[in-house]
Ligand binder design. Structure first.
Ligand code: SAH
Length: 279
């Protein structure tokens, strides 16, 4: 979801542009329709990015000293697959924040079903302008979402909101080798130029004021079984629902292209979890 011409980040940008072009109602309505269509597509699948319950739990196992008074902020929570894991496997309060109300609604329904809604607060908000007190959070969590603010900006700005010794846990697109075929290099440099090697991301975390940095690569099934496979049926239904719709067709084509690239180049890139402490 983070490496297409049409994705949630661009949907947001389009929306922002629309707000700035207030005089053209026609353009505005087209963009708003596109935007809600893209949200609808991604809300029809339970994950909006690669991940798994096991990976969330593995990253969580690297974090200690959380109790009932602890606060975890889950930024770019989407429909909340990881939010539910955080609530199930800690005693902490979880503040789950996303820009899009459709995702928030789905998240809260899932939390009620999982029996954790009393400890999850859903917030419609912007990760670029966090609605929290500085130095108030024990953990900042963000799976497959920090790219929306950009890795370096995110780790720098979010650090201010962590308590001293607070924890950061983010998953981020990373190169797994020092060199790679030009097709995949070009694709990512266009989609998310901040993609970098694990060593460079660790250095960036260190330079931004984090210590005890640990990393692991998400297994391939986080992409295949948990992200691309469920989209196949979602794509069929979506195209059936919106035949002859250009945005729908482009969105599905982009997602299929992304899945196809992953099937060919998964040796070269992946999502990496970075867990670190505020120095
Ligand atoms: N963590 C979820 C969703 C990842 S997709 C998962 O792994 O399944 C990225 C999410 O970031 C989307 O839900 C998108 O709506 C959200 N997002 C995009 N820009 C945002 C912003 N500026 N502030 C908050 N959330 C944002």
């Amino acid at each position: 979801m983070n490496n297409d011409n049409i994705n949630m980040a661009n949907a947001n940008n389009n929306n922002t542009n629309v707000d700035n072009t207030t005089y053209d109602e026609n353009v505005s309505s087209i963009h708003e329709f596109d935007f809600s269509l893209i949200c609808e597509y991604f809300s029809s699948i339970s994950r909006q990015g690669p991940g798994s319950d096991e990976s969330t739990q593995r990253a969580l196992s690297m974090i200690h000293d959380l109790g009932a008074d602890s606060v975890i902020a889950d930024l770019g929570c989407g429909c909340g697959s990881q939010t539910i894991q955080l609530a199930l496997h800690t005693q902490a309060k979880v503040k789950a924040l996303d820009l899009f109300p459709l995702f928030i609604d789905k998240l809260m329904a899932r939390c009620r079903k999982a029996g954790v809604s009393d400890r999850v607060e859903a917030i419609e908000g912007d990760m670029c302008n966090l609605p929290f007190e500085k130095a108030s959070l024990d953990v900042i969590w963000s799976e497959g979402a920090i790219y929306n603010i950009g890795f370096k900006r995110g780790i720098t700005e979010w650090r201010e909101y962590l308590k001293p010794d607070g924890w950061l846990a983010v998953s981020e697109a990373s190169w797994l080798t020092d060199s790679r075929p030009s097709e995949i290099e070009d694709f990512w440099n266009e989609a998310y130029p901040e993609i970098d090697t694990i060593a460079n991301k660790v250095q960036q975390l260190h330079d931004a004021g984090y210590r005890d940095i640990r990393t692991f690569v998400l297994p391939t099934e986080c992409w295949t079984d948990n992200f691309y496979q469920p989209q196949k049926e979602a794509q069929r239904l979506f195209l059936e629902r919106y035949p002859d719709n250009k945005t729908a067709a482009e969105l599905v084509a982009n997602q299929r292209h992304e899945a196809e690239l992953y099937s060919r180049y998964s040796d070269y890139y992946g999502y990496v979890f970075y867990v670190a402490r505020r120095s």
